[in-house]
Design a binder for this molecule. Structure first.
Ligand code: EPZ
Length: 420
């Protein structure tokens, strides 16, 4: 396994670019399963999870080619099974369920299992698609879904605005017979990007980005060429990097229009942000950083994926801030690692009290999941001395060319092989 070695205490200055969004690309690539034609994607980030998705598409009979930032998914005779060996490495594989049922009338997808941040069940996905005529059996760790008479439209209201559940049902509804009305859906920008992709293939979706989406089923979806939206979580990570290192970064391609909650909280914490046509300039204001309270919520609230990175900013700020994690039940794994670097943080249930003003000190730490790994890198950049971040395969899932990007703005960071 690889680690990052970081020499901290250097202000990051210059321009850092944002890649395409992992959390938009994954469902949009999966949606090609429902498309009767070749699909070409641009601005696709070259990440582990994207490569895993490509392997799954290949396995299902959709040959997938990477050509300098473009990804081409060819049409072809398809299978219906997503095997455990693959799904266990990427729980987002469950997003092939909806399009497979829509296109093939059957799907066998390994149950994704939990992950470091929580149990992450898919009950809301299954219950919604059952209303559309799907029948599911859970056998030997696999979800076996069938809809012998095809999927039909339904009125669906989610108990919780699940991102993945909204995506699975949206993809299923595109080819269902009749109209599907979905309420209490996720409103994340990645949902909007998925709907735009599907509409570019001939789907008939409206209301994406609101709490109610209406879908008129069509007979087939045709091929298209589609650009993946920018990654708002990567962008937010770089804005925080400017704050924790006392630098001055221009985050090129930062999708500010999708990040109001994050930008508002960064300004409240003392960051100066200039929103420009092609990105956002970020630096610490003259009054310095001060702690704020954070409460993670479904979009347009403060995103849970920014919780761990933002915690590092609070460690470097004056005062105290309370972070409430309302989306996942176990998303404070980064706290103990930050405490090892000198942070003063106390977790009680779904809340973490951060007492800022401590100078972080470099130490050997571990990434427990993707965003916790990003937080450890931010802490290493802020800390005095050397930080070794282990298990960075988590980080490689969601941050493209991270060593190159950070080195380009003055960070001293290198990837090393761990002794076997
Ligand atoms: C997506 O996960 C993202 N992943 C996550 O990003 C993100 O944190 C999350 O949405 C919330 O914004 C991708 O897009 C690939 P959910 P997803 O369904 O779809 C519960 C990252 O770091 N729930 O909205 O799994 C669930 O347990 C990753 O990039 C059910 O109980 O999120 C969780 O507590 C991490 N039953 C909450 O809802 C269900 O059937 C939110 O889950 C579905 C979800």
């Amino acid at each position: 396994m690889d680690s990052f070695i970081i020499e901290g205490g250097r202000p990051l200055c210059g321009t850092i670019s944002v890649s395409g969004s992992k959390n938009a690309a994954l469902p949009i690539l999966m949606a090609s399963i429902a498309v009767d034609g070749d699909v070409e994607y641009t601005n696709v980030p070259d990440l582990r999870d994207i490569r895993t998705t490509a392997s799954l598409l290949d396995l299902l009979g959709r040959r997938t080619r990477f050509e300098d930032g473009r990804v081409v998914v060819e049409n072809g005779e398809m299978g219906i099974e997503a095997p455990y060996e693959l799904v266990r490495t990427m729980r987002a594989s469950v997003l092939c369920l909806g399009p497979l049922l829509a296109r093939m009338g059957e799907a066998k997808v390994s149950l994704p299992g939990g992950c470091a941040i929580g149990a992450r069940p898919v009950d809301l996905h299954l219950r919604a698609m059952e209303k559309m005529g799907a029948v599911f059996d859970l056998e030997h760790g696999y979800i076996h879904g069938r809809c012998p008479d095809g999927l039909h439209g339904a009125n669906i209201r989610f108990d919780f605005p699940t991102v993945g559940g909204t995506e699975n049902v949206l993809m299923a509804a595109c080819l269902a017979e009749g109209e599907t009305v979905m309420e209490n859906v996720a409103r994340e920008p990645e949902i909007v990007d998925l709907a735009r992709f599907l509409n570019s293939c001939g789907a008939c979706i409206e209301g994406e980005g609101t709490t109610k989406i209406r879908v008129q089923g069509v007979k087939k979806l045709h091929g298209t060429t589609y650009p993946i939206m920018a990654d708002r979580i990567e962008a937010g990570t770089w804005l925080v990097a400017a704050g924790v290192t006392g630098g001055d970064l221009f985050v090129k391609g930062c999708p500010a229009e999708d990040m109001s909650a994050v930008l508002d909280k960064l300004r409240e914490a003392g960051m100066e942000l200039d929103v420009l046509p092609d990105g956002v300039r970020a630096r610490v204001g003259s009054a310095g950083l001060r702690c704020v309270d954070i409460s993670t919520r479904p979009h347009p609230g403060f995103p849970t994926d920014m919780q761990a990175p933002f915690m590092v900013l609070l460690c470097c700020a004056e005062g105290s801030g309370l972070i409430s994690e309302n989306i996942f039940e176990n998303r404070f794994m980064h706290v103990q690692e930050l405490v090892r670097m000198g942070a003063d943080i106390h977790v009680s249930g779904a809340s973490a009290m951060v007492r800022g003003g401590t100078k972080l000190a470099g130490a050997p730490v571990m990434a427990s999941d993707l965003r916790a790994g990003a937080a450890m890198i931010l802490a290493g950049l802020a800390a005095e001395g050397e930080t070794r971040v282990q298990r960075i395969y988590h980080v490689d899932r969601g941050y493209e060319r991270i060593v190159e990007k950070l080195s380009g703005v003055g960070a001293v960071i290198r990837r090393v092989k761990d002794e076997d």
